[in-house]
Design a protein around this ligand. Structure first.
Ligand SMILES: NC(=O)c1ccc[n+]([C@@H]2O[C@H](COP(=O)([O-])OP(=O)(O)OC[C@H]3O[C@@H](n4cnc5c(N)ncnc54)[C@H](OP(=O)(O)O)[C@@H]3O)[C@@H](O)[C@H]2O)c1
Length: 262
């Protein structure tokens, strides 16, 4: 059967990527999914098929350019086209710049920024050939406004936004869309991974949280009706506006949202 859409998602073995894949599977989409943990990916593929979608699990690391080229090539080979590339794989490390090591910083850049660049770059030639497509980049609200002790992570999330804004303005007037997603704290494995990668326990963020299905629903709506920016937690836009007009006041406001390692 012809799928409603063909969507590639990086980092789909858990969290936001997995939830979005399952949400789209219920609409009859074909999902090319990648992550490093092949066994977890196989489980998600089975869940996709059970939900009514088609699945192509590909064990891949977003930090390897060739893996992303192969991921896209296999998706197009299996499903005949690619409608959406969701650059979602990512992780966090907590701490001020004098506690985040250069190696940790390089890893953040490799996964969060270069991983996004490689995945989007691999999909773009197909989108240009098809004359349509959609790049979705999962940044974070800290990609718009930094909070204490997320220095390295926030820098990579801002970098994703710069890439997306340039690409989006280059593509104005075409049928190739670019959407940046700005989630707030979302209940996924993110905080466990952050504790592991930081090397010490990281307090769960103070403030509002959202569940992962809420983010997946918002992404599914943005796929149906592309928008430049997506704030799954709508109120978080206020922070962006406030920061544009009163950054000093914002510094004091976001102090309580910091994620200091213990
Ligand atoms: N959760 C939050 O509070 C939150 C808030 C704002 C933004 N975000 C962003 O949302 C995105 C998804 O995070 P999440 O919350 O869903 O976290 P998660 O539950 O930890 O999932 C992260 C996913 O990324 C994959 N991944 C990590 N490194 C990878 C690599 N080198 N190559 C391929 N896949 C890799 C993981 O799979 P493997 O380990 O199997 O490779 C996993 O599937 C990230 O970009 C994150 O920055 C999260």
């Amino acid at each position: 059967m012809q799928p409603t859409r063909v969507v590639a998602i990086t980092g789909a073995s858990a969290g936001i990527g997995r939830a979005t894949a399952l949400r789209l599977a219920r609409e009859g989409a074909a999902l090319a999914i990648c992550a490093r943990r092949a066994a977890r990916l196989a489980e998600v593929a089975a869940e996709i098929e059970a939900a009514g979608g088609q699945a192509l699990p590909v064990a891949a690391d977003v930090t390897r350019e060739q893996d992303m080229c192969d991921f896209v090539r296999r998706a197009v080979g299996r499903f005949g086209r690619l409608d959406v590339m969701m650059c979602n794989a990512g992780f966090g490390i907590a701490g001020a710049i004098d506690s985040v090591t250069p190696d940790q910083m390089r890893k953040l850049i490799d996964v969060n920024y270069l991983g996004t660049y490689y995945a989007a770059r691999a999909a773009l030639p197909h989108f240009r050939k098809q004359r349509r497509g959609h790049v979705i980049i999962v940044s974070s609200i800290v990609g718009k406004r930094g909070v204490p002790y997320m220095d390295g992570y926030a820098a990579t999330k801002f970098a994703q936004v710069g890439l997306a804004e340039c690409l989006r303005s280059e593509l104005v007037g075409t049928d190739i869309h670019v959407t940046v997603v700005y989630p707030i704290s979302t209940d996924t494995e993110f905080f466990d991974v952050m504790t592991h990668e930081t090397g010490s326990r990281v307090e769960r963020a103070f403030g509002p949280h959202q569940n992962v299905e809420h983010v997946a629903d918002a992404v599914a709506r943005a796929i149906a009706h592309p928008v430049p920016e997506l704030y799954p937690y709508a109120t978080s836009r206020v922070l962006v506006w406030l920061n544009a007009f009163a950054p000093g006041l914002c510094d004091r406001l976001v102090k309580k949202y910091g994620r200091k390692p213990m």
